[in-house]
Design a protein around this ligand. Sequence first.
Ligand SMILES: [Zn+2]
Length: 413
Amino acid sequence: MAGIVNIRRDVDDKFYRYRMPVLLTKVEGKGNGIKTVLPNVQDVARALSRPPMYPTKYFGAELGAQTMYDAKADRYIVNGAHQSERLRELLDGFIDKYVLCGSCKNPETDLIVTKDEMIIRDCKACGAHTNVDMRNRLSSYIIKNPPKKSRKSKKENGDANGKNGDGDASPDGEEGSDDELTKRINAEAAELPPIEKSSLGDDWSADTSPEAVKERTALLEKFKSSLVLAGGGDDEEDEADTDSPYYHLKTWLIENRDDEDITSVDLYKKMQELGIEKKHKAMLTIGEYLFSEENAPVVPESKAVKRWTPAIKKLILAMKDTDKAQKSLLGGLERYVGRDHPDLIPSVPKILMAWYLEDWLEEETVTQWGTHVSKKYVDKDTSKKVRLAAKPFLKWLEEADDDEEEEDDTDEE
Ligand SMILES: [Zn+2]
């Protein structure tokens, strides 16, 4: 169900260059507390170069519902139960009013708040300045909360230090990561010739002849592969690429992980459907996104862990390199706690214990992991922090091992 659509859903051209993830919704709670969570509105908003709160507030205004941003869980919420198709239609309205150029309908625009409190769409494609309807209730919100950065600074993310790449006004700041790999990819990407200008002219999507389409596709592929080669690793690439199966797995996990009706079988089926049930990299995504902060597996007999055990064990066993699969899972843990929920770092021993007791991890692998700092998944400092926090568990493991050896001749058979 998650997928990619044209930003203008009325344009039926699969080579239309402006695309966004399909807006996902999830109704939670009941009675007066019923609410609609927007699990991927950040990704949608990023594709539109708008802060995620803008479309969220727009929905609220149109539906006469309260909206909120739950910073702790990083969730955008509209009160009440709303159908996803209704919200997608409203999103079309938001895009039409606050994203598309009023003149040429191109979505590459910046919002500018003028001194006399007008909002203007500044079009990068045709240069037109078109006014936004100030009677809409979102407009007064934008006046009070103007966009922080223009698209221009994002596009000209040019210096090889990759310093000014901290992107749009999303409050989660996830683009501010100092991950070495990301830096390297950004730096390499900056050195590539700008594709629009070098060979394609300004409006490269206008020509829809088969030759032009073919050329465009080839160039895109070339551009993508040059990024992969330059970066040397493809995890980040896949995560950002909304067409990748890992991205779909991520959105599926975020959408379903707290839903008690979803089982381990559903997870396994989803991975089969995506064709990644034998890819060790999928374990990285699982480690990162299988648990929300509320459902953190911080007790040894964790139900949250047991629930997924059949799938996790089956997945790891089916992989060619089970050691690598477990290391990916642990890499996911580094990101889950180190990057996304630093509050949970002190709970690392408990999480590892819960995973170990359910046979998600083997002793040898986790010991090896615990003694080797790596910046493969997070920066070096975070990697150290997580391993340092893991110490009590590793120590327990070592001691339990000694005990076992002593009792070696008492066989339980
Ligand atoms: Zn325009």
